[in-house]
Design a protein around this ligand. Structure first.
Ligand code: SF4
Length: 396
């Protein structure tokens, strides 16, 4: 391991207090919007695992325009913890939060140097402090492949943040990052996860079992179709468990970044992206269906499933007694859980509106898009537009 020289003037309590402020520049695993509400709107099962974040250092050599830790910013207090100190902080944080922790850092001195500090902290955490809980670790852009392999020995999950939806975005908002120094580590992690899964053996060194990334909406003026299309490609190519979305915020000037957008992305866009993401992952929707050519952006008034249904009224109403599962889950108000309950009930009886209610299906939205035992109680087939009100779920 390289010789390590660290700033130690601050107390652990001082560093913990500063970490709270730094956490907002890095979303994965925490600070996501209200996942329960997002899931309720589109009726998706339980949200992602979340873990509290601890920062090894806020003293970054990179200069990403949107970040409070960047080297070009006049930050009053910079800190870096020793691996032992950081391992102890991570241990205490995990203990207070149900045995979960996400360890991350600004890029202190160099990506490899920072990753070595993180690996040594994880080693102490696992081997000396006996920590057995969930551990998510950040991989710095451009980290050496051997360090990635070593990080995977201790972490359950690894992540590299892709940040932008278009490669020219790095030039616009984060010049030290590039497609290659991000996709390179991401590719290696997915390969190692695949290999570890394929060759499970007590003699094979372990490796993390999952990988995630973070994507910032609005940093390059891209539309939502571009984001969803990229997410779809990332999920399949890099075996990602989750793409986390964050909204680009313009909070301070950054010299040399004249091309970056000067308006912040509204927070509702992030919530809609999470919903659209679940529709792709769990419901079989494609980016083209959610954000077609004539409507490439998600909207604040309707969740993406409701918006899709309104654009495709010709496909409705469907009959709940005969419809395929794939179509049942596309009915606003019916999700995976209720579609499965309907299929189960179909084996025993004709499904009527009363049966749907007994199964727990809320018909406020669904009744406009279905018939039950031939009976329709909605308004869409009569040409009335009032049902659009039932589908509205505006986000601020
Ligand atoms: S790499 Fe960029 S986003 Fe990450 S801490 Fe450094 S300046 Fe901030």
């Amino acid at each position: 391991m390289a010789n390590i020289h660290l700033k130690q003037e601050l107390t652990v309590e001082d560093k913990m207090a500063l970490m709270q402020q730094d956490a907002r520049f890095d979303v994965a695993d925490t600070e996501a919007p209200d996942f329960e509400q997002i899931q309720a709107d589109i009726r998706a099962p339980k949200g992602p695992q979340t873990a509290p974040k601890v920062f090894l250092s806020n003293d970054c050599i990179f200069n990403c325009s949107y970040c409070g830790c960047r080297c070009g910013r006049d930050v009053k207090t910079r800190y870096a913890s020793t691996p032992r100190e950081f391992a102890q902080m991570s241990y205490e944080t995990a203990k207070d939060n149900g045995g979960k922790v996400f360890i991350t850092s600004a890029i202190y001195k160099s990506p490899d140097y920072t990753e070595e500090l993180i690996i040594e902290s994880m080693r102490i955490l696992r081997r000396e402090l006996g920590y057995k809980g969930y551990l998510h670790a950040k991989i710095m852009p451009g980290t050496d492949p051997d360090l990635i392999r070593r990080a995977g020995l201790y972490a359950n999950r690894l992540s590299v943040n892709i940040e932008v939806a278009k490669s020219e975005g790095y030039q616009m908002i984060a010049r030290d990052k590039s497609k290659s120094n991000i996709l390179g580590p991401m590719g290696q992690i997915s390969r190692l996860i695949r290999e570890a899964k394929a060759e499970e053996s007590p003699y094979r060194p372990r490796f993390a079992t999952s990988q995630t990334t973070q994507l910032m909406a609005g940093s390059t003026g891209e539309d939502d179709y571009t984001i969803l299309n990229l997410s779809k490609a990332l999920y399949s190519k890099y075996l990602l468990s989750r793409v986390y979305y964050t909204s680009y915020q313009y909070s301070h000037q950054a010299e040399g970044y004249e091309e970056r957008p000067e308006v912040s992305t509204p927070l509702w866009r992030m919530s809609r992206l999470y919903q659209a993401d679940r529709l792709m992952q769990l419901y079989g929707f494609t980016p083209e269906e959610i954000t077609p050519g004539e409507a490439p952006n998600l909207v604040s008034d309707f969740d993406p499933k409701a918006a899709w249904a309104l654009r495709n009224l010709h496909l409705f109403p469907i009959e709940v007694n005969t419809s395929e599962y794939e179509m049942l889950i596309r009915v606003p108000g019916i999700g995976i859980t209720y579609a499965k309950r309907i299929l189960e009930a179909r084996r025993r009886c004709r499904v009527t509106h009363d049966v749907l209610r007994k199964l727990g299906v809320s018909l406020k939205r669904g009744k406009h898009f279905l018939t039950a035992d031939g009976k329709y109680t909605g308004t869409h087939s009569s040409g009335a537009a009032e049902f659009t009100e039932a589908l509205r779920s505006p986000l601020a």
